[in-house]
Design a binder for this molecule. Structure first.
Ligand SMILES: CC(C)(COP(=O)(O)OP(=O)(O)OC[C@H]1O[C@@H](n2cnc3c(N)ncnc32)[C@H](O)[C@@H]1OP(=O)(O)O)[C@@H](O)C(=O)NCCC(=O)NCCS
Length: 201
């Protein structure tokens, strides 16, 4: 499963930038145009603080901004022109400790990954145009630039189930990860897999 990645498709009309204080307003505009994403999570689910009980939408926004200011978030934003259309979050397990189905995950765990792919999101009006593909490709390129290593993702299986709305795929789909050479390691829920790819620097 070793791979050396190529850059983004040169024919793509998208460009990418990392989430940082300089791109925060573009990210925030996309989140706000999509009702805070998932009821106002502000993409905090994988971060150590988590989301849900005891968390508010404003608290999630402030927590995300604090990660950006401290440099404790890795997230690739996809742009068309000046508009941010989507993102792919990635980071070390320390940076992104909160995966779903943690007990089942822990039971089958052998080697800990160096990197995790967290949430993937495309604005509701821009889906099925390759934004998530561009975001994931750029995130894997950034991981390669940072030295590579074992990358893990937790996507949803598509085959064998009725068509689902994109809303259910916040960790992406197995098909998308297979395009990049990820292999299925083990199932951790009815439709969710651990998928892995080892990237050389
Ligand atoms: C899942 C999601 C990220 C896909 O983004 P996207 O930009 O539309 O995806 P792409 O156009 O790059 O699709 C790439 C591939 O992924 C798969 N895919 C994407 N959406 C799919 C869907 N709804 N059903 C089945 N497969 C899908 C396909 O294989 C697709 O390739 P194809 O279009 O050539 O068939 C998007 O639907 C989304 O953001 N959903 C909401 C997730 C969310 O709430 N995230 C919050 C996290 S904080």
């Amino acid at each position: 499963m070793d791979t050396v990645l190529k850059g983004m498709d040169p024919a793509s009309s998208f460009s990418t930038r990392p989430l940082s204080p300089a791109t925060w307003n573009d990210f925030a505009a996309l989140v706000e145009a999509n009702n805070g994403v998932w009821g106002g999570c502000w993409c905090m689910g994988f971060h150590p603080e988590g989301v849900g009980k005891g968390h508010t939408v404003e608290g999630n926004r402030l927590a995300k901004r604090a990660h950006v200011d401290r440099g404790t978030v890795h997230q690739i934003l996809v742009y068309e022109g000046d508009q941010c259309l989507g993102w792919c979050q990635y980071g070390s397990p320390l940076e992104l400790p909160n995966i779903q189905n943690p007990k089942t995950y822990a039971k089958g765990l052998g080697e800990m990954p160096d990197w995790r792919i967290g949430c993937i999101f495309t604005g509701s009006r821009h889906r099925r145009r390759g934004v998530a593909r561009a975001a994931l490709g750029a995130a894997l390129g950034a991981i390669q630039d940072a030295g590579g290593g074992l990358v893990e993702a937790y996507p949803e299986q598509i085959e064998g189930r009725p068509p689902q709305r994109g809303a259910y795929f916040h960790t992406g789909t197995t098909d998308l990860f297979e395009e990049f050479g990820f292999e299925r390691d083990r199932k951790i829920a009815m439709w969710r897999w651990v998928m892995r790819l080892r990237i050389k620097s």
